[in-house]
Design a protein around this ligand. Structure first.
Ligand code: AMP
Length: 534
């Protein structure tokens, strides 16, 4: 792992890594026809150091999804007000280095303020260009109490994005307002960066981890747990049907009033993307708090979502994901979102238009313009009806030609982005069963039920052969299928980026020797268990 403290060293390091990546890409291109960009992606985790498990979760996620992981450690003077804790903020670089090394980070970027062009002299003379987020997003919540804070965050994050030019950047949901501001910044300034939000990591007591927790005495730490307890009280009311903002806010207030030493700055309910205050939750709301305990300022939030649950089914190729997903959806009266069919539809369109597979620009254009529609089939025996640009392609997308090309198309970043966006839009109201690679980790990371469906190689080969026979495409032997599946498993699970693996919160279901009905019953059982918990 490298520790880089200057912009020059960072640029040099990145140039070298990009050159290595370019060579890797070229190698891949000759091997697989097209490039899987995720194999060469750069992930950035911006932090202010004093790393804890919350940061380490962002790093771990970045490690899974990128070839190069950069962690920046910079206590940003621009985001601290004159009476805030800039001088006192914990600085623990030696320990942070060890944690990063252990977590497999490639390089830490830890510049000083002067190197970042924001030393005190510059600040006092207002000599730096700053990025100002929309005032509607920074006038409420923390912005009301920390004037200039989000301008400081937006400025430094923009500088880091320009310096590192990552493919993905990782932020915690704990700083909900910051996350919304950064998503807006990326959209408004046209950064080609995917912002990945990671859930808040908490102590067993419910207290959200924060570098500032170090300031708390043992008694204060106990009092601090009231923040999450208040949020949880409101969540319980919400799940019992309460939607009114004022009632939910008063619930938190009443809970916090029990902790005499907590001085509340705000309790607000806002729309999580625009941060507009809500009177009532229609789809989702972010209930956020800031409070002071002595001189320590603490924040926390939860997302309250009014949607039917989502079941996300992932697992190796050929484990029966689509058959099971369709049946689970039918059984529970949910919609089956056949993501594989969407990738197949685009592949069909690419072949139809005579576009060569490595013309990624033409394919990107096609993917962002096409309209895919999925209509549930009348009965379980027939597949979901699929149309693309008003052409029914339900049968056409199951051809051997589409099957052999679909993974190359699905690996293209622009295609994935276009389709994931469509899938997430469908997911807003919930009530879906979705299956496919990364569905539980990337597309619907907050799915209520996550299943990892597996089966032995032999079992999967037998099932696939049966499918091919049904379609009169039985020229492949069982042995060949076993070999292909084993090889695909190996490739999927050893790839450096996004290796196929179970999400930590997914339930593994091995389908060997089980009928589709039996597997369906199991999953329906997990779903019902989950519902009864809320
Ligand atoms: P900071 O070092 O406090 O600026 O935080 C760096 C990143 O880590 C931000 O994206 C935070 O949202 C994230 N983060 C901090 N604490 C947590 C936590 N308890 N859970 C998840 N993410 C966190």
């Amino acid at each position: 792992m490298r520790l880089l403290t200057t912009v020059a060293a960072l640029r040099c390091y990145l140039a070298k890594r990009r050159l290595d990546n370019l060579l890797l890409e070229q190698q891949q291109q000759s091997e697989f026809e097209v490039t899987d960009r995720s194999l060469t992606a750069i992930g950035l985790v911006p932090t202010m150091g004093a790393l804890h498990q919350g940061h380490l979760n962002l790093i771990q996620r970045a490690r899974q999804e990128n070839a190069v992981v950069i962690v920046s450690i910079f206590v940003n003077p621009l985001q601290f007000g004159p009476n805030e804790d800039y001088q006192r903020y914990p600085r623990t670089l030696d320990q942070d280095k060890q944690l990063c090394e252990k977590a497999g980070v490639d390089a830490i970027f830890a510049p000083n303020p002067e190197e970042m062009g924001v030393d005190l002299k510059n600040l006092q003379e207002l000599k730096v260009t700053q990025v100002i987020p929309p005032s509607a997003m920074i006038s409420g919540l923390c912005g009301r109490f920390r004037l200039g804070h989000f301008q400081g965050v937006a400025t430094i994050v923009t500088k880091l994005f320009n310096l590192v030019q990552p493919d993905r950047a990782y932020f915690g949901q704990k700083d909900g307002q910051q996350l919304a501001v950064i998503r807006r910044l990326v959209a408004d300034l046209n950064f080609a960066i995917e912002i990945v939000a990671c859930p808040t990591v908490r102590e067993a007591s419910g207290l959200a981890l924060s570098s500032r927790n170090q300031y708390l005495s043992a008694t204060e730490k106990q009092q601090a747990t009231m923040l999450y307890r208040g949020l949880q009280r409101a969540a319980t009311k919400f799940y019992a049907g309460e939607r009114d903002a004022q009632t939910l806010i008063s619930t938190v207030q009443q809970e916090l009033a029990l902790a005499s030493s907590l001085s509340v700055e705000y309790i607000e309910l806002v729309e999580p993307t625009t941060l507009i205050p809500l009177e009532k939750i229609e789809e989702e709301g972010m209930l956020a708090i800031a409070a002071r305990l002595g001189s320590t300022r603490l924040i926390d939030n939860i997302i309250l979502r009014d949607r039917q649950p989502i079941i996300a089914i992932d697992g190796p190729a050929g484990a029966g994901k689509s058959t099971v997903a369709r049946q689970v959806a039918a059984k529970l009266g949910l919609v089956y979102l056949d993501t594989g069919a969407m990738y197949r539809a685009i592949t069909w369109l690419v072949l139809q238009e005579g576009i060569v597979l490595d013309d990624e620009c033409a394919i990107a254009q096609l993917a962002h313009r096409c309209v895919i529609e999925l209509a549930p089939s009348q009965d379980l025996q027939s597949p979901v009806r699929v149309s693309i640009n008003n052409r029914d392609v339900t049968q056409a997308i199951r051809s051997l030609e589409v099957t052999s090309k679909v993974s190359a198309i699905a690996a293209q970043t622009a295609v994935r982005q276009a389709l994931v966006k469509q899938q997430q839009n469908w997911g807003k109201k919930g009530g879906l069963v979705a299956e496919g690679r990364d569905i539980g980790t990337h597309v619907f990371p907050d799915a209520e039920v996550k299943i990892f469906l597996t089966a032995s190689v032999q079992e999967r080969a037998r099932r696939r052969l049966k499918d091919y026979k049904k379609q009169d495409q039985s020229t492949i032997s069982l042995e060949q299928l076993e070999k292909d599946i084993a090889e695909r498993d190996w490739k999927d699970s050893t790839r450096k980026v996004s290796p196929l693996k179970k999400a930590p919160d997914a339930i593994e279901v091995n389908t060997d020797g089980l009928s589709v009905n039996e597997v369906t019953e199991k999953i329906v059982g997990y779903y019902q268990q989950r519902l009864s918990r809320d």
